[in-house]
Design a protein around this ligand. Structure first.
Ligand code: GDP
Ligand code: MG
Length: 437
């Protein structure tokens, strides 16, 4: 999906204006790419329609190229589709909060039960795990091992007792021992069948959980939609958890689950370790699906007009000759956050990206500059004039560079400071009306 979309947007990038046909062409490829990524076809259709509707006839933001504007809309719609904001756990007004995990065998329920327990523990909660999978050999043992690793109690009655009774007894036990969260690990099957569903419905009816979270393996692709639909129809789930996002998945399931069930994704599993759990952020998932993290954050930054307040602060510092090496370093770090310099330049409206091939931006030099400034003391950064030759020697050694390089940086800094001062003065005068064009 990623490379397909990137190709599509690259095609758009060099065009001056976005016509209806451009949008249509682009959307055809977006559609194909999404279908290829196993997104449900109906979801794809709705998505493409709403994005096209928004894209055609919309005025392109001044700070963006038309293609960037399409990316922006695609991204926004993708976030809309997945639920805008992160979705918190439903909490019981009277503890304990009961969370029931459901899903197919091998989806990652038991592992996620351990992960969520650890996550809650880190947030100063007292979780208890309840072993209600009495079918899979060693399922209880698996949960007990996880529990002991994270020092969380595991309630079990062996595998001879009915899961409904285990769940009920587990909650009673949690109340007695002052646990405020109960996570019920249930059994799965390789395929959905009536027996499984009936058992889960029975558990649901007897313990009325605050959350019924469907655990889905992100690798299941197109099938994830059917699984989500069936579990939701039978159990009216409250949300989903997507596991194995660390694998080579294309994110299709994430888009579909919310769209098909209307229920939010709450957490994601990103590895086999118990710490490999993250809150699900639709915006992050959207950039993951589009594979355009840097570009999207750049668009965001363009929208924020590159943090106006910071720019103003900087300008005032320049005017008062207070621009220090520390500011310089901060600026550079901000630039670095935006991604490689070359990509950054490509995104600046008005720059012909086809000519950028010749420009060689030396990332290594940037890294050296950063190292040099970091090797300076706070005093030296604020007042570079105190840097004498012995200080230079120390800085060069500390940063693994040479005295020549330190000198070069200091002269460069002084020069750019002068230039920026002139620029700032000019702007000031322009505002005062002294300079007219
Ligand atoms: P259950 O049958 O639904 O309880 O699934 P399990 O919790 O037993 O997990 C099945 C397998 O998937 C195990 O080998 C886990 O280690 C693995 N697994 C679970 N979650 C993740 C994840 O987020 N990433 C990866 N790579 N593996 C996972
Ligand atoms: Mg299990």
């Amino acid at each position: 999906l990623t490379s397909k979309l990137q190709q599509t947007f690259k095609k758009l990038k060099n065009k001056g204006k976005l016509t209806e046909k451009d949008v249509k062409d682009a959307m055809r490829e977006v559609k194909l790419a999404m279908l290829e990524a196993d997104v449900n076809y109906k979801v794809v259709k709705d998505f493409v329609n709403s994005v096209s509707e928004r894209a055609v006839g919309q005025e392109v933001m001044e700070s963006l190229t038309p293609a960037q504007h399409v990316i922006k809309i695609v991204n926004e719609e993708l976030i809309n589709l997945m639920g805008k904001n992160e979705s918190k756990l439903n909490i019981s007004p009277v503890p304990p909060t009961v969370i029931m995990f459901v899903g197919l065998q091998g989806a990652g329920k038991t592992t996620m039960a351990g992960k969520l327990a650890l996550y809650l523990k880190k947030h100063s909660k007292k979780p208890m795990l309840v072993a209600a999978d009495v079918y899979r050999p060693a399922a209880i043992k698996q949960l007990q091992v996880l529990g002991s690793q994270i020092d969380v109690p595991v309630f079990s009655l062996g595998d001879k007792i009915n899961p409904v009774d285990i769940a009920k007894a587990g909650i009673e036990n949690a109340k007695k021992s002052g646990c405020d969260y109960v996570i019920i690990d249930t059994a799965g099957r390789l395929h959905i069948d009536e027996e499984l569903m009936n058992e889960l419905i029975n558990i649901k009816n007897s313990v009325t959980p605050n959350e019924i979270l469907l655990v889905i393996d992100a690798m299941t692709g197109q099938d994830a939609v059917n699984v989500a639909e069936q579990f939701n129809n039978s159990l009216d789930i409250t949300g989903a958890i997507l596991t194995k996002l660390d694998g080579d998945t294309r994110g299709g399931a994430a888009i579909s689950v919310k769209a098909v069930t209307g229920k939010p994704i709450k957490f994601v599993g990103i590895g086999e370790k118990l710490t490999d759990i993250e809150v699900f952020y639709p915006d992050r998932m959207a950039s993951r699906i589009l594979g355009m993290g840097d570009i999207l954050s750049l668009i965001e930054k363009a929208q924020e007009a590159i943090d106006e307040k910071k720019a103003m602060d900087l300008q005032s510092k320049l005017m008062h000759q207070q621009f220090t090496l520390e500011d310089f370093l901060e600026q550079m770090q901000q630039m670095k956050k935006m991604g490689p310099m070359k990509d950054l330049l490509k995104m600046i409206p008005g720059i012909d990206s086809s000519k950028l091939g010749d420009i060689d931006i030396d990332e290594k030099e940037l890294a050296h500059t950063e190292a040099i400034i970091k090797s300076m003391t706070k005093q030296e950064r604020q007042n570079p004039s105190i840097i004498n030759s012995s200080r230079k020697r120390r800085i060069a050694a500390g940063s693994g560079t040479s005295i020549q390089e330190v000198n070069k940086l200091l002269t460069g800094f002084e020069q750019s400071k002068k230039m920026m001062k002139q620029f700032a003065d000019m702007q000031k005068n322009m505002k005062k009306g002294k300079i007219k064009f």
